[in-house]
Write a protein that binds this ligand. Sequence first.
Ligand SMILES: CC(C)(COP(=O)(O)OP(=O)(O)OC[C@H]1O[C@@H](n2cnc3c(N)ncnc32)[C@H](O)[C@@H]1OP(=O)(O)O)[C@@H](O)C(=O)NCCC(=O)NCCS
Length: 161
Amino acid sequence: MASLRLLDLRCCRERLATIASWHQLEWQQQDLSERTRQLTTHLETEAIPTTLVALSGDCAVGSVSLVRYQRLGGYPASVWLANMYVVPELRLKGVGSRLVAGAEAEAARQGVEKLFLYTHDQENYYKKLGWHSLRQHRLAGRPATIMTRTLDEARNQKACG
Ligand SMILES: CC(C)(COP(=O)(O)OP(=O)(O)OC[C@H]1O[C@@H](n2cnc3c(N)ncnc32)[C@H](O)[C@@H]1OP(=O)(O)O)[C@@H](O)C(=O)NCCC(=O)NCCS
């Protein structure tokens, strides 16, 4: 694999259509136009919502987003890690770990102290990366595990530039 770097989607907007199509294929509950519309909102301000893109050489190979949900799973307004995706041919090579670490660093840089996520089938993966399971909840029509990670201030690098 060529050297890996993470870029804020605001710095590589031309990748948006590719990323929206990954998400639509992986999570089919929303159509492509809705996925595209949602990702476009990640370009509008410097703050969350934010999407990071993993690039191997000039090839987009993964994504992760930080989004704010008002009351997901009964939790008060908080920032959630979402849209975690690595292209099938580059899985198990550390791209996902880099994306999670990059999202955590970006969240910490934006003043977030605690992140949440939900997963239907990757609880063990996130546990391996230091996340803790909070509880089971039905989300997007299926059982899911809600997980959390407290961020320390040391991880504080900007992804863009
Ligand atoms: C989940 C996903 C993002 C993982 O990305 P990845 O790049 O393959 O993961 P990494 O290479 O960073 O894996 C890091 C470590 O976790 C392990 N791991 C990977 N998938 C795992 C799983 N499902 N369960 C437990 N451990 C797992 C790897 O073996 C690796 O271990 P090591 O450090 O001992 O070698 C990727 O499989 C994916 O895109 N899946 C489809 C979309 C999806 O399910 N997204 C998550 C939605 S919540």
